[in-house]
Each structure stands twice: as structure tokens, then as C-alpha cells.
Design a binder for this molecule. Structure first.
Ligand code: 4AD
Ligand code: MG
Length: 434
């Protein structure tokens, strides 16, 4: 069959009634007497193909009966609209050709342990649920870029090899850089502050690294973060930007994959539809009080743990902002509130349903002396931050920004219990392969 008749499953409806060719893999098969079913997947979707012994050659009918899971195939046939079929279209088969006969595909419809599935991540990606999750990831990333690009942000990516820490020295991955020490970037923020002074509104978007020694469902050692930074923006406007951005992402994902999230992932999408801005804003002091009133053994002055975040958002339908964390527990660059310097102009956005912190950000210290003092207090090597201090010497300016974790966002959108499914090949404390 000629190239021009080759189509993808997702475009099939437009070809109803016309002969087409499809290429893909066997997802499943079923036989019933003189009729054989093949669920074909081609990356763009899943399609039920039906062959009756009368319509295909005896040889092809035989081939169909012997097809195995994940064998690669080329089929021809005529698509028919059918409301009952998944995707609203079914293919009446005319021919089938096996490209390769796959024996013993390790991931079968039966239950497998998560360790087994992660060991076979390169194959697990083909399964229906993983396919939806990673499509959601794709659409999340597309929404992020579209929002920022259409709101005047300039995308300027920041280096991965860095000479200094951004988010504290305890989670730095160290590597040799031609005899010198380099660290894998924990965040592009410090560089964003430089590009923000050159372009006003900027963002970087890339992989970031944290040597997290904890095995939690919310931590990866390599994750993707988008980090917008805006010159002359202060904390209240930052929260407005964050909620508008987040609502846009949810809206876009519901529009593009809402049906799959509901039907394949069985996630209650009405919970996502219920998210509305403005999100509640709570001072850290208020949040701490709330936790104590609820009987949570929270140590006031410390950071929130997973359980604390869950309790804080329990009765919420939208994410919440917790702002003004204690200056002591936050990164060196956070601007202390001039009216209560023991608290800083930081803000975390916590997602409902126990998903916890999805965004971290705040207003940066603009004053040179104060920043120098903070670098000292954090025992950071001043020399490595000289260039960063320059930004306060030459036209310092109030500015704010945030980082949104892509995997935490995708986990929330998909209703996943662990971040490891929200990235094609997860990196964790005990996992570097495949
Ligand atoms: O709160 P974090 O550490 O903030 C920063 O890195 C700032 N410099 C960002 C900025 O203001 N430009 O990280 C931001 C977000 C978190 O809210 C979370 O979504 C995600 O990044 N994140 C992780 N995701 C997966 N695994 C980890 N280990 C993560 N650590 C942070
Ligand atoms: Mg944080």
C-alpha cells in the first residue's frame, strides 16, 4: 500500500469508510470462532480491529490468531465510526502483516510489583496508564511554555554545571570538572536573577538535581522545574502570577487529556475542575497555629512535613499559599520581611488532596549588605557568589520568582501516589537504571 494511505490512530475518524494502513504493536488479542479482535496501539492511540474469516485471507486469519503481545505489525482495513468502540472508531481488517513476532513480553495484564515495573520501565512505558500519564506530562509542559511565552516571558536557560549551591549544600551532587569541583544545578534561580535584570521577565526550564537521601514518594534526585523570575515584582503579585499560571495549566490539561485522566487513570477530574483562583493565603504563623489546634505534633519554627501539608490542605478545594516562612529555615536569598525580619517573603503553594508543595518561591533579597550577611550566616563561600552580588551593586531592584516542579504537578493532575511515574525514566536514591 502506498505511503499516502498510512495514518495514525488519532486521525482515523477523518478517514472513516476509506481504506487505510496502520503500523504499530499488538496490545491485546481475542478470538471468538470466525471472528478475531486485535487491539492495536501505535503511540498515538489504541484501536480495536476486527477480522471475520470471510474478509481476510486464510493465511492472515491464521496470523491474527497467532499474534502475541507487543509483536510489531502493519495492518490494512477500513475504519468505521462506532460509538461503543474505544475512541469512537473501529477498523474492519483487510490484511495483517507481522513485522516481528515478540515472545514473552515481560509485562502482562496480570499484577506486577512496582520494583519489577520500574526495572522494566523501558517497556512499561507502553502500557495504557503510563501512556496517559506521560501524555499529561507533555501537555503540562506545553501549557507551561505557552502561558509564559504569551505573557511576555523570555526563555533563557541556565547552566547545569555550576560552581555554587542555590538551595543549600546538603543536597548537592558533586562532580569533577577538569580537576575542579562542580555541582549539578539544584535550581536556575540565581542565574534567572541575572537574566531578569537584562530582560525583565524570564524563565528557565530544565532538569534540576537534588541529592535527596530520603526515600519518599515526593522526591526524585533528578526532576524538571520551570522557574519564572520577574524584575520589580513583589510577593503579593507573585502569588497572583502563580495562581493564574497554575489554573491555566489545569485548564489546558483538562481540555487535552481530561477524558483519559477520568477514564484510564480513574482520577476524579471534578476535583481539578473545582480549582478556582484566588487561592487562600495563609501566614506561616497561622498555618502553625492551625496544625497545633488540629493536634498535629508540629514543631513551630520548622518546615512542614508531608503530613503537615496534607492536614493544611485537607478541607481545601484549591491549592493554598503559605507565605512568610521563618527566615532561618529558608534559603539564603529570601528577603526578610522588613516589618518582622524573623519571617521572610517566601511562599509555597500546596496542592490539595495531600499532594503538598508544588511551587516554592518568593521575593529575593535586594540589599547588598543584607545579602552579604546572609551568605555569611549560611557559611557559603563568598567568592562563588561574587557575580551574584554584582546584581545588587549595579542597579539592584526588588524581584521575585518561583519554581514549579513538573513531576509534582503531573502527579497531582493524574492522581498518582508517587512521583516516579510522572517522568519517563525516574532517578531516585536507589535507582539509576534503566
Ligand atoms: O522549593 P524549591 O526547592 O525551590 C527552588 O529551588 C527555588 N530556587 C525556585 C525558585 O524560586 N526559582 O523547589 C521548587 C519546586 C518544589 O515546589 C517542588 O515542586 C519541586 O521543585 N521539587 C522537587 N520535585 C521532585 N523531587 C525533588 N527532590 C524536588 N525538590 C523540589
Ligand atoms: Mg521548597
Amino acid at each position: 500500500m502506498s505511503q499516502s494511505h498510512f495514518v495514525y490512530i488519532k486521525d482515523l475518524r477523518a478517514h472513516a469508510g476509506k481504506p487505510v494502513e496502520l503500523r504499530g504493536w499488538v496490545y491485546n488479542t481475542r478470538s471468538g470462532g470466525k471472528i478475531r479482535f486485535l487491539i492495536l496501539r501505535d503511540g498515538s492511540g489504541y484501536l480495536q480491529c476486527v477480522a471475520s474469516a470471510a474478509d481476510v485471507s486464510a493465511e492472515d486469519f491464521e496470523t491474527l490468531g497467532a499474534l502475541t503481545q507487543e509483536s510489531s505489525v502493519i495492518v490494512t482495513g477500513v475504519p468505521r465510526e462506532d460509538k461503543r468502540a474505544p475512541g469512537g472508531v473501529e477498523l474492519t481488517l483487510k490484511s495483517v502483516r507481522e513485522v516481528q513476532h515478540a515472545e514473552g513480553f515481560p509485562i502482562t495484564p496480570k499484577e506486577h510489583s512496582s520494583a519489577f515495573l520500574l526495572d522494566h520501565r523501558h517497556l512499561w512505558l507502553r502500557s495504557r496508564k503510563q501512556h496517559v500519564v506521560l501524555l499529561v506530562r507533555h501537555h503540562t509542559i506545553a501549557a507551561i511554555r505557552d502561558y509564559l511565552n504569551s505573557h511576555g516571558f523570555v526563555n533563557l536557560d541556565t547552566p547545569i554545571f555550576t560552581p555554587n549551591a542555590c538551595e543549600g549544600t546538603s543536597t548537592l551532587f558533586e562532580t569533577d570538572y577538569f580537576g575542579d569541583k562542580a555541582y549539578l544545578s539544584q535550581s536556575g534561580q540565581l542565574y534567572n536573577e541575572a537574566t531578569a535584570a537584562a530582560f525583565g521577565k524570564v524563565y528557565c526550564f530544565g532538569p534540576t538535581f537534588r541529592a535527596e537521601k530520603s526515600k519518599t514518594r515526593r522526591h526524585l534526585t533528578e526532576f524538571w522545574m520551570v522557574e519564572p523570575e520577574v524584575a520589580f515584582m513583589e510577593l503579593p503579585e507573585l502569588m497572583e502570577l502563580e495562581e493564574d499560571f497554575f489554573c491555566y495549566i489545569i485548564g489546558r490539561v483538562l481540555e487535552t487529556c481530561g477524558t483519559e485522566i477520568r477514564e484510564i487513570l480513574e482520577r476524579d477530574t471534578s476535583k481539578l475542575e473545582a480549582v478556582k483562583k484566588p487561592f487562600p493565603r495563609i501566614h506561616y504563623k497561622e498555618a502553625a497555629k492551625f496544625l497545633l489546634e488540629k493536634g498535629v505534633p508540629f514543631e513551630v519554627g520548622g518546615d512542614f512535613g508531608g503530613t503537615d501539608e496534607t492536614v493544611l490542605t485537607e478541607s481545601q478545594t484549591s491549592p493554598i499559599f503559605v507565605h512568610h516562612f521563618p527566615t532561618q529555615i529558608k534559603a539564603f536569598y529570601m528577603e526578610p520581611d522588613p516589618t518582622e525580619p524573623e519571617y521572610c517573603l517566601s511562599v509555597d503553594m500546596l496542592a490539595p488532596e495531600g499532594y503538598g508543595e508544588v511551587i516554592g518561591g518568593g521575593q529575593r533579597t535586594a540589599n547588598l549588605d543584607l545579602l552579604e550577611q546572609r551568605i555569611k550566616e549560611h557559611n557559603l563561600p563568598r567568592a562563588a557568589y561574587e557575580w551574584y552580588l554584582d546584581l545588587r551593586k549595579y542597579g539592584t531592584f526588588p524581584h521575585s520568582g518561583f519554581g514549579l516542579g513538573v513531576e509534582r504537578t503531573v502527579a497531582y493532575l493524574c492522581g498518582l501516589s508517587h512521583l516516579r511515574e510522572a517522568i519517563p525514566f525516574p532517578r531516585m536514591l536507589n535507582r539509576l537504571s534503566p
